[in-house]
Design a protein around this ligand. Sequence first.
Ligand code: EPZ
Length: 426
Amino acid sequence: MSALVIEGGTPLRGRITAQGCKNSALAILAAAALFEDKVYLTNVPNIGDVRTMLSILRSLGYKINWGTGLTIKAGSTIKNHDLTQTGAGSIRGSLLFLGALLGRTGKVVLPMPGGCNIGTRPIDLHLKGLSMMGAEIKIQSGNIIGEAPSGLKGAYIYLDFPSVGATENLMIAASLASGDTTIENAAQDQQVVELGKFLMSSGVKIRGLGTKVIHIKGKKSLDSVTFRIAGDSIEAGTYLIAGAATRGVVTVDGVDVTFLRPLLFKLQEAGMEITVTNGHEISVDAYDRPKGITIKTMPFPGFPTDLQPMMSSFLTLAEGRSVIVETVYDGRMGHVNELRKMGAQIDVEGNTAIIDGVQKLSGAPVVASNLRAGASLVVAGLSAEGRTIVYGLEHVMRGYSALEEKLRALGAKVKLVSDEEAAQIA
Ligand code: EPZ
């Protein structure tokens, strides 16, 4: 178990390059199980969740070689379709092997997914959509057992909610289904668009990518593909928020501004100066104390729920009141109690956080309960006066590569230590 020791109060200054997008990489790695031929990926982030997905692909008989790029070489046939003895139960992204293995082999046994404890996170839309494509799925003893004895068929599917994962699962399943699939009320997030681009580069015909209606024409097999994972908008947004929270000047390059626009508008509304160069280089200059604002998380193009915890940390220092409404998850306020330990004034009613800004946060020992809650505590520690120790940093390392190096490159005084070392420092 690890912790990050932060000597707060230093304005972050400098430039970093965004990692390959975590959530795009997870979807694309699941889709790799559709292929009988080689897949070559570049800019894959070296993070915990990616390593878990690679171990699952190995258990399916794939040969993995991760040099400058990541080569995934299909075995002749998929030897194993039972993933219950792999790490699949520890992350959410493994759920996408449902569509991939039903499409490729017509059978799959998968543990119920894990991932961040941010609410109930049902999977009904995944199961309903796949059933409409001809799959027979049941939940038994904590596992999802799926079969498609006569293969998957294209279908017209309406999603009650624009679920990112359900959209991705259905896109993956539709790629090897016979006939056409339409997904209405589809998700439009970065990882959905990147997955679609990856599938299109293997010959799958897709129309409407990035809109609410996506059409996919299935094919018998997918062509070998080389694909570069695009920059991670949530990681980039995290560093921009950290720059704003510490009154610094931070530039992030290597990321498409499209998926950061909701964040940039909100940072500007709070009084930050934003500069975008060539659509892939974004700077935040926090020359003044932010003003309180209202944020409501929504499926993209609304404000991304994944940036909500880090924005909450930033707004604890704003002048005046901020209101944060979390509409996507029913349990994504786990960071609030820890921020209160640092002097934040936050009241939570249901999924609404009411933040009255304070002049300063004070460093404290705090515990990360999930990936983005942990990132929000790192942001708070960087802006606080004095020392913060963020325990449970393994949660954060699941989604942020080279965290310590990147923060140091921006001038932060941080040190990654074991829990035992941290206890001696505290
Ligand atoms: C993906 O999760 C991301 N994870 C999440 O990022 C992100 O928060 C989320 O999309 C929304 O943007 C990955 O891509 C691996 P959802 P996912 O299905 O696919 C409802 C992070 O921090 N829902 O859009 O699980 C339910 O209310 C992680 O990087 C159903 O009702 O998101 C849920 O709360 C956290 N039935 C909401 O949609 C379903 O079958 C959002 O879920 C599925 C979802």
